[in-house]
Design a protein around this ligand. Structure first.
Ligand SMILES: O=C(O)CCC(=O)C(=O)O
Ligand SMILES: [Fe+2]
Length: 399
């Protein structure tokens, strides 16, 4: 198709809303502090590195569909390689001024950009409008499922307004004509080195180094003012953590050593209740919570869903631990000022919560994980052979 000086296209409803929600779950349970202030990202290599390679599966069909679309729109069938795939969220305060996406010497390989919007202006965030400097269309207001594609060069100089509330989420891909920047080859090497390729792999998330989850409130990274984003998400949704790990006794007063509490087993509490199940680490607990948030509208609770011993009342001593952990990691004042603070209704910690439903979510997440891991194991040999990530139809796998 012929373009004027500005090769670009806006395609409405390109990906189904259910897929947007699934990617949101993956992002909110795995993201790390990103490359710009108040921006968080989840890359495929990060999922592999944190024992969650099975979570690559939901990306595979979308990546293929996106590549085909970009090749069709810009008339370059079979010429492109995916250079980067990432979920990127822009939180309150984030913005980006006029730029082209290939505007650094180390980004020159980028030929095209595809941005899929996973949530909506007005509903999930405010601010965050997208503008092109010249040509038409000039402005775009993000809506879940939409796709914006454009050439990464200076024919498409663009910017994003500051996010004023909430969390704006996208799936962003860059494409290159240069095969040496093919992301797939690198991902397949990572997969080959990892030991995720056996059926008994646990698929329990293993946290990356803690600085990757540390949101610093100061420009100066040496300063400790800030918070762990995984914990902030949990607190914001109304959960607390409980663990006796890391408690040290100093002249009869217990004190919590913050350093490695988050990578050790812990339990979840809410108001005056303690959930009996122990999670492997904070990331594991967050994954169950985000799965609950995602699936809550459709989870079925039956009479025998949860045995009565699963939930207990917090004792006074346990309450003290919970309070202490909260104060070590995040003060009340900080919580109200985290970038997760979102004034839109239904997003706050006051959302309707049910432990029985939560326990169903936990089982349901195990089934979801098992199914994705099975799919992943079926695909891996093909990916290794072709040094490329693609969907293999089940009839081929069965042969
Ligand atoms: O999220 C968007 O709308 C575009 C972001 C952007 O311009 C970039 O990441 O380079
Ligand atoms: Fe950009």
């Amino acid at each position: 198709m012929a373009f004027n000086e500005h090769p670009r296209r806006i395609i409405r409803n390109f990906i189904p809303v259910q897929v947007c929600k699934e990617l949101e779950f993956i992002h909110k349970s795995n993201c790390t502090v990103g490359y710009r202030p108040n921006v968080f990202s989840t890359t495929l290599s990060h999922l592999i590195a944190t024992n969650c390679a099975h979570l690559i599966m939901p990306f595979i069909p979308i990546r293929e569909k996106l590549k085909e679309k970009v090749e069709e729109v810009f008339d370059c069938e079979y010429e492109l390689f995916v250079e980067f795939t990432g979920l990127i969220s822009w939180n309150k305060g984030a913005s980006i001024g006029w730029h082209s996406d290939d505007n650094r010497p180390y980004l020159k390989q980028r030929d095209f950009t595809a941005v899929c919007y996973l949530n909506s202006y007005g509903q999930d965030f405010t601010g965050g409008m997208f503008h092109f400097q010249d040509g038409e269309p000039a402005n775009y207001l993000p809506m879940a499922g939409d796709l914006v594609v454009y050439s990464a060069d200076n024919h498409n100089i663009h910017c994003v307004d500051e996010i004023t509330d909430g969390e704006r989420l996208t799936l962003t891909l860059w494409f290159s004509r240069n095969s040496s920047f093919d992301e797939d080859a690198k991902l397949v090497s990572l997969l080959a080195q990892s030991n995720l390729d056996n059926e008994s792999a646990s698929c329990i998330p293993l946290p990356a180094p803690s600085n990757m989850y540390w949101f610093s409130l100061d420009q100066d990274f040496d300063n400790q003012r800030g918070y762990d984003i995984c914990l902030a998400r949990l607190f914001f949704l109304g959960f607390d953590i409980y663990t006796t790990q890391g408690r040290t006794c100093i002249s009869e007063k217990h004190l919590i050593e913050s350093s490695d509490v988050l990578i050790k087993p812990l339990k979840l509490a809410r108001e005056d209740k303690l959930y009996g199940r122990e999670f492997a680490n904070l990331l594991h607990a967050l994954q169950v919570v985000q799965f609950y948030v995602w699936k809550r509208p459709i989870l079925q609770i039956s009479e025998d869903t949860m045995d009565s011993g699963t939930i207990t009342l917090l004792s006074e001593e346990q309450k003290e631990v919970v309070r202490e952990l909260r104060s070590v990691f995040l003060t009340a004042n900080q919580l109200d000022n985290t970038i997760f603070c979102d004034s839109s209704p239904g997003k706050s910690r006051e959302f309707h919560f049910d432990w029985a439903c939560f326990s169903v979510a936990e089982t349901s997440l195990e089934e979801y994980t098992l199914e994705l891991h099975k799919q992943f194991l079926m695909h891996l040999p093909f990916w290794k052979d072709y040094r490329s990530l693609f969907s293999v139809c089940s009839s081929v796998i069965e042969e």
